[in-house]
Write a protein of this length. Structure first.
Length: 254
C-alpha cells in the first residue's frame, strides 16, 4: 500500500490566506469534505462525527456524557448533584468540538449553511454542558472563549437563507440578535473593553449595514427620508407637499 500522498497534493496547490475545500463521495459511500492545509490535507465525514468514530458506541462524546448524566440522575432520584466532568473529560470534549469547528469552517466555504447551523448549534450545546459540569469550573473557559466566533458563524448561517429569499426584515433581526448575544457574552465575563474591537462584532456590524443598504425602501420610507432632507434644507414648501403625500398614503392604507 502506497502511503505517500505527494501526488494528490501536487494536483491541489495550497494558497496561503485562502480556504481551499472540496466535497466528494468516499469509497465507503459516505460524503467527505477535504480541507487543504500547508502541510497536507484534512479529511472528515460530512455527516455525524467528523472522524467517523463512535466513542464508547455513541455517535459522539457529547452524547456519551449526556447518557452518563441521565444514568446518574436516575441513580440519584433525579438529582444532578455530584455529576462532574474531570479535566480529562473536558479536554476530550474540547478536541471533539474542534473537529466540528473545522467542519463548520469548510461548510461555510461550501455555502452549506444548513450544515454550519447544525454543527455550531451542536458545539454551543457542548459549551453549555461543559460550563455546567466542569470540575474545576475554570476548565470551561478553554471552550467559552471561542463562543463569540461560534455565535458569529451561527448568525451568518441562519441569516444567509433569509437573504436568498429576500426576507430583509427577518435577516436584519437575526443579525441584530447575534450581535446582542455576543455583547451579552463579553459583559457577562467583564470584558466590556472588547465591545469596540471584537472581530466578531465588527464583522456582523459591517454585514448589518450592508444588508440595510440592500433592503428595498418602501414608498413611505422614501417620502419620510425626503421630508427629513427638506426640513434640514429649510425647504418648507416642499416639506408641506411631502407631508400631504404621506398623509394620503396613510389614509389609502387605512
Amino acid at each position: 500500500m502506497d502511503l505517500d500522498i505527494a501526488e494528490i497534493l501536487k494536483q491541489w496547490d495550497y494558497e496561503p490566506g485562502s480556504v481551499a475545500v472540496r466535497k466528494f463521495v468516499g469509497k465507503d459511500g459516505q460524503e467527505k469534505i477535504q480541507l487543504r492545509v500547508d502541510l497536507g490535507l484534512l479529511q472528515m465525514n460530512a455527516q455525524g462525527r467528523p472522524d467517523g468514530k463512535k466513542p464508547m458506541g455513541y455517535p459522539s462524546l457529547l452524547e456519551f456524557f449526556g447518557a452518563r448524566l441521565a444514568r446518574h440522575r436516575a441513580g440519584q432520584g433525579g438529582s444532578k448533584a455530584d455529576f462532574r466532568l474531570t479535566p480529562e473529560d473536558c479536554t476530550k470534549l474540547q478536541l471533539e468540538a474542534l473537529q466540528y469547528h473545522h467542519r463548520s469552517i469548510c461548510q461555510m466555504q461550501l455555502n452549506d449553511h444548513v450544515g454550519v447551523q447544525r454543527d455550531t448549534e451542536r458545539n454551543l450545546a457542548l459549551f453549555d454542558f461543559v460550563k455546567r459540569y466542569a470540575d474545576p469550573p475554570e476548565m470551561a473557559w478553554v471552550l467559552q472563549q471561542f463562543r463569540p466566533q461560534l455565535l458569529m458563524m451561527h448568525t451568518r448561517a441562519v441569516t444567509a437563507p433569509l437573504l436568498r429569499a429576500r426576507n430583509f426584515t427577518a435577516a436584519i433581526a437575526r443579525i441584530e440578535g447575534g450581535l446582542e448575544m455576543i455583547r451579552e457574552f463579553y459583559l457577562e465575563h467583564d470584558r466590556a473593553d472588547l465591545l469596540e474591537e471584537s472581530h466578531e462584532l465588527l464583522s456582523l456590524q459591517d454585514w448589518l449595514e450592508e444588508v440595510r443598504r440592500q433592503r428595498p425602501v418602501s414608498k413611505k420610507e422614501r417620502l419620510e427620508r425626503q421630508l427629513a432632507e427638506a426640513l434640514e434644507a429649510e425647504a418648507y414648501e416642499k416639506a408641506a407637499q411631502l407631508r400631504d403625500k404621506l398623509k394620503k398614503l396613510e389614509e389609502k392604507k387605512a
